[in-house]
Design a binder for this molecule. Structure first.
Ligand code: HT7
Ligand code: ZN
Length: 873
């Protein structure tokens, strides 16, 4: 397979203004008739009149131009295209094809999920439905007619407004939909099924009355309320914060059980992985409730950042994804706790994007080339992309940033544009020059910021020397310095923020945060009138996606941990302290946690002032993967041993305080997913996990009781996880009881599989291999694959990276089995193997050998081939 390069972009030679689709739906054999209004694109260079349409896995039955059928000699069909020669400048093209939804295991195009039929067209799935110019810069108006058996598929949905509905003589029924907004083909959707809906209404700021509907299988109707509330909150927030209103009369969401990703923002008809819709307190955890709120909001926000204004080509994916992630992050920060949300976002970025930037698949936020675009729905495009938008918001300040987004939405409404167009709006609205800032979009890699400070007590000055360092990434040996905002405050020994004055400035500002702008490899700054040696609070709010390096004393970190008003900085201080203790314990198995560290932990644990959710973040030990990422060569066993030992030590030495925290935070009210209640549960269950790590008898009794009570899924699954990890007599009966209670609930069963896959106990791989044969396991359901295979390979480093290579062999076997069925999921799983250079020589050989084994297979998909080949380049 050949890569596609960004530099080769050309405007399409033909445009399609209108599409009329007619589907005769049947899971075995669906007939698709398409009528396209085609014309030459005046903005493109004139070619020889050859029209090449994308199309894959379509059985072509008929082609006609302006009503005249073509003979097979008058067109050419290849596995991925239909080519017509010397077409007129403007014409109607009619095609008729057959497709087979029930054979579609890749879940791209039209496929069967349970008893429903549904579509997934992003990025290039529409070409599996009909022949088309399947690229985002071809925007058309769609009319869609669906015909199906009325008993089997009573609900027939597509984008836009319903314009016709009737019974046919043969007993089937027909429904037509019209979408007034031109859209790219990747936003097309249809749904057919026996579905029920909950309904609500929303009146927009300008008075448009919108019907809101969430469609699910009838037995799931009692778990849609949270999704509906989330949708209404998101609609309100987008009006308030970005001035964006909804634009159709109906907004529909459909939950499906087989879905490759989280959800899809099709115009007026979002299709969701049911995991991000369905929630009831007894079946869904706090994380699930929060995930639903975030994903519902994300897809809703796409209506403006993605649908009204879309991407010119797939290299611009971050235009819609980075911006929309930024928007959903801000939404969650506004409706919940800003500090806690920021820490969660930073944790995610560091856990997924930083390693990606430091591995063989590293790519810029705006990639230059891809073999398979599905491989580029990455943490870099999504989460680093959101950080780039955040940095621009920081550089401009809130008023100018809002002015710039207003300009973006009006200037580009109805068009397919680039990330450069986005930045140009930031510049034009603010008058700022972001030329150098654009490098963030084109350059891969995570910069390190090395910061050195000198305090001159006599002069009362505090000087900073800041150096940027960016390591080479694949294909980019040389890097250039970046323009970035560094948010900083200086704290006095009591932890109060100092007023800051840079040398040369006439006056000091108010005490608080100062945004410094860095542009060069090296920056020197000097604060004057600094009365005492301060403690710097650096990169507040994680103002740029960089790795800060500053040689803090432990005492300075303790001060930040206790007093910093910035949540990220407190959390980061705790992490550095924990990491120092863990590094010592990794190097020396006999080392113990120092007393002052244990006391600081106790102080934080019992701090009545701090938001409980933030405390839970602050007091969670860094993950094994994170610790590995900080090492030259990952010491798999050392990390696992040290982290387990530190957990046990803290559980033993702070048992009383932990028990108090547990009891003080027990739920006294009925379950509600409010920020306060979520924070209390998180802290309570964290305390329980330390007690269980120490084998504390009271902790074990509480854990058993919490599991038996099973009042809400957050507490039940937390207890189950601890009982399974505790081992001995505890795990098996708890697992069995849980299975008995929930065996008919797929989303809860996913949790049951995951708990077993992530157990740190020896023998977990054998358990996982056994579970592959479980009657409830299926390689055809991505949620199930992720819950068992994905969880084992990405969330259980100690077992996945077993020194004998058994985990690697297990993963490679699954990738080879999955690749012919669902290449997207296979390629995603494979990413767990590709950073083999980070491990010791023995593991390197074993991991590499498994990648080579995959590469040697016949008929590998483009998805898996691209990941595997880049891994060994
Ligand atoms: N824009 C959506 C991306 C998506 C997707 C991409 C490839 C294959 C399947 C997919 N399902 C959804 C999701 C989003 O970011 O909102
Ligand atoms: Zn998105």
């Amino acid at each position: 397979p050949h890569p596609i390069h960004r530099r080769d972009y050309r405007p399409p030679e033909f445009l399609i203004d209108h599409v009329d689709l007619r589907f005769e739906l049947d899971p075995d054999r669906t007939r698709v008739e398409a009528s396209l209004q085609v014309r030459r694109n005046p903005a493109a260079t004139r070619g020889d009149g050859t029209l090449r349409l994308d199309g894959e896995q379509l059985d072509l039955e008929e082609v006609a131009i302006d009503g005249h059928s073509l003979l097979p000699a008058e067109y050419r069909v290849e596995p991925d295209s239909l080519t017509l020669q010397r077409v007129p400048d403007r014409f109607r093209l009619d095609t008729r094809v057959r497709i087979h939804p029930n054979l579609n295991t890749a879940l791209e195009g039209l496929y069967q999920s349970g008893d429903m039929l549904c579509t997934q067209c992003e990025a290039e799935g529409f070409r599996r439905i009909t022949y088309f110019l399947d690229r985002p810069d071809v925007m058309a108006r769609y009319r869609t007619t669906l015909v199906a058996d009325r008993d089997r598929f009573p609900v027939l949905l597509s984008n836009g407004n319903r314009v016709e509905e009737r019974l046919l003589e043969d007993g089937r029924h027909l429904v037509s939909w019209e979408d007034p907004f031109p859209k790219p083909s990747y936003l097309f959707a249809l749904i057919a099924g026996d579905l029920s809906a909950i309904e609500d209404r929303f009146t927009t700021a300008s008075g448009r009355d919108v019907v809101l509907q969430i469609f699910v299988e009838p037995h799931n109707l009692d778990r849609c309320d949270h999704a509906m509330q989330s949708l209404k909150k998101a609609m309100w927030w987008d009006e308030e914060r970005f001035g964006r209103e909804y634009d159709l009369d109906v907004y529909m969401i459909v939950a499906v059980s087989h879905f490759n990703m989280g959800a899809m923002e099709n115009k007026g008809l979002n299709v969701f992985n049911d995991k991000f819709v369905l929630a009831r307190p007894d079946t869904a955890t706090d994380d699930d409730f929060q995930g639903i709120e975030g994903v519902i909001a994300h897809e809703y926000f796409h209506n403006w950042s993605g649908n009204r204004i879309t991407c010119r080509d797939w290299f611009q994916l971050s235009l819609k994804e980075g911006f929309t992630v930024y928007r959903d992050q801000e939404f969650s920060a506004d409706v919940g706790s800003r500090g806690v949300k920021r820490v969660a976002d930073v944790r995610l970025l560091q856990a997924h994007q930083f390693p990606e930037d430091n591995g063989p698949m590293a790519h810029p936020v705006r990639p230059d080339a891809y073999v398979e675009i599905n491989n580029f729905y990455t943490a870099t495009v999504y989460n680093k992309g959101a950080e780039l938008v955040r940095m621009q918001a920081t550089l401009l300040g809130p008023e100018l940033f809002r002015k710039a987004t207003d300009l973006y939405f009006t200037r580009h409404d109805g068009h397919a544009v680039t990330t450069d167009d986005f930045v140009a709006c930031m510049e034009d609205a603010s008058g700022r020059d972001l030329m150098q800032f654009r490098r963030w979009y084109s350059q891969a890699g995570t910069p390190c910021l090395h910061i050195e400070a000198t305090y001159d007590a006599e002069r009362g000055s505090y000087s900073l020397l800041i150096r940027q360092e960016i390591a080479p990434t694949p294909g980019e040996p040389e890097k250039d310095p970046l323009h970035l905002p560094l948010a900083i405050a200086l704290l006095d020994p009591q932890g109060r923020e100092l007023a800051l004055r840079l040398e040369g400035e006439p006056n000091a500002g108010d005490p608080g945060t100062r945004i410094l702008e860095l542009r060069n490899w090296e920056t020197r700054l000097c604060f004057v009138d600094v009365p005492v040696r301060p403690v710097p609070s650096l990169l507040r709010g994680f103002s740029a996606p960089v790795q800060p390096r500053f040689d803090y004393d432990d005492a300075d970190l303790l001060l930040l941990l206790r007093h910093d008003s910035d949540g990220y900085s407190r959390w980061n201080a705790a992490r550095i302290l924990m990491q120092r203790v863990l590094s010592a314990m990794i190097a020396d198995p006999a080392a113990e946690a120092p007393g002052r560290f244990v006391e600081a932990f106790r102080g934080a644990l019992t701090d009545p002032e701090t938001d409980k959710a933030l405390l839970a973040e602050v007091l969670t030990l860094p993950s094994e993967s994170f610790l590995g990422d900080q090492m030259e060569t990952v010491d798999v066993e050392g990390i696992h041993r040290a982290r387990t030992a530190l957990k046990r030590m803290l559980g033993e030495r702070l048992a009383e305080a932990l028990l108090r925290v547990y009891l003080d935070n027990a739920d006294t009210e009925p379950y509600a997913p409010t920020p306060d209640a979520i924070g209390r549960r998180a802290l309570k269950n964290l305390a329980l996990s330390y007690l269980m790590a120490a084998g504390n008898a009271q902790g074990l009794a509480l854990c058993r009781a919490q599991f038996a009570d099973g009042g809400n899924m957050t507490d039940a699954i937390a207890a189950l996880r601890l009982l399974v990890d505790h081992g001995g007599e505890e795990g098996p009966p708890a697992l069995e009881a849980f299975y008995r209670r929930w065996s008919k609930e797929p989303l809860v069963l996913d949790k049951w599989f995951s708990v077993q896959a992530t157990s740190s106990r020896e023998g977990t791989l054998e358990v996982v291999i056994g579970l592959l044969q479980h009657p409830d396991f299926s390689l055809r359901n991505p949620n199930r694959v992720r819950s068992l295979v994905g969880a084992f390979c990405t969330a259980n480093p100690a077992r996945f990276h077993a020194g004998d290579g058994s985990g690697y062999r297990f993963l490679a076997d699954r990738v080879l089995e999955l690749d012919p069925l669902n290449p997207q999921i296979a390629a995603r799983l494979l990413k767990a193997l590709i950073r083999w250079r980070r491990y010791d020589a023995g593991r390197q050989t074993l991991m590499r050998a498994e990648i080579e084994r995959i590469l040697a297979a016949d008929e590998l998909s483009r998805d898996t081939f691209e990941v595997a080949s880049k891994a060994v380049e």
